[in-house]
Ligand binder design. Sequence first.
Ligand code: GAF
Length: 416
Amino acid sequence: MNQAHRAAKAFLAQHGRAPLGVWSAPGRVNLIGEHTDYNDGFVLPFALPHRIAVAAAPREDGLLAVTTISDNGRAQPAAPVAVADLEPGSVTGWPAYPSGVAWALRRQGYDIGALGGDIGAMGGADLVIAGDVPAGAGLSSSHALECAVALALLGLLGHELDAGDAPSRQQIARWVQHSENDFVGAPTGLLDQTASLCCTKGNVLFLDVRSGESEQVPFDAAAEDLAVLVIDTRASHSLADSAYGERRRGCERAAELLGVAALRDVAVDDLPSALGRLPGELAPLARHVVTENARVLETVELLRAGKMAQIGPLLTASHESLRDDYRISCAELDVAVDAALSAGALGARMVGGGFGGSAIALASTAILDDVRRAVNAAYSERAFTLPRLFVAVPAAGAGRDETAEDRQTDKNEHDA
Ligand code: GAF
């Protein structure tokens, strides 16, 4: 059963009525372009087939009531909150993610608390959430949740994604970021929300975060006898949250000292002189960001030229830069990358925020089992919890899912 059906079925069981619709959004991996998004740079993510689905229907009491469905099917309802009372700090823990989205949309004039329109603040919504994006794996499960909630709330308000009067996907991504930064309190960039909303099946998304310009670049690894293996290390270190903010502030300070709006504005050729003007602790951060942006551009060129197998060294260089200059790797990520490379992978790197989560390896399909075995063996040797391994193929971005009710409506219209 896919996640949309799980969510719809659980909604019926929980609320005794069918949802008005189901909307879902995927997790992501980033092929390359890490910690470049909040430096106005370039990223190259693709959507995973793993999704978070939100079944939703309006209420009449102004409350937002959110229930999650665990893997074993158990419903976990959060305490309902009044949409009109939502303010940063008013909701904590995981319910802050859906609540923050309702708050951010309300600030843009899309007020789920006033669904009834002329009956005033009598709206609200019931949301039931099911998903299979591994949590805490650096695959962006929280952003998938936020994006699916955003689409569900906008859908309930009559602004179906991609319809004439609907906000654009990139606009919604910015509102989700606003919710994450200012309601949840995580200073993240735009990579994950945009990936979840704007990626398309079969492609990587080349995004210039500053201009918002994007390009869908075909990425059919199987056609080249290649595969992207995702290695979820199952490790997560407590440094992750504080280190992210520190790195971000470091980059902003470096840009300020160099007199540019963002590190994106430093050209690779100007790097040596720029580094000479930065204090010791900021220079490696700037070096990572500037060289990583260049690696994204090079990767895109190679993909456009049909030379996928040649991107491997760029992926590995990205990992080395994140490990040595940005200093956000950890033993589990380094061991996974080293083992994959020793087994013959063309390239491998950590993905996401760092200090745990996942790595990816690009390898020929002929040696994929060797790579899996090598990573597992290296983990066993160090007594690490064995990683979760899967091959990732670019999947579709967020959207409304067809439910049994939609199909019935279509059939009725057809029969009429
Ligand atoms: C996390 C953040 F949410 C993204 O915005 C991005 O900065 C990423 O880390 C690193 O590239 O996923």
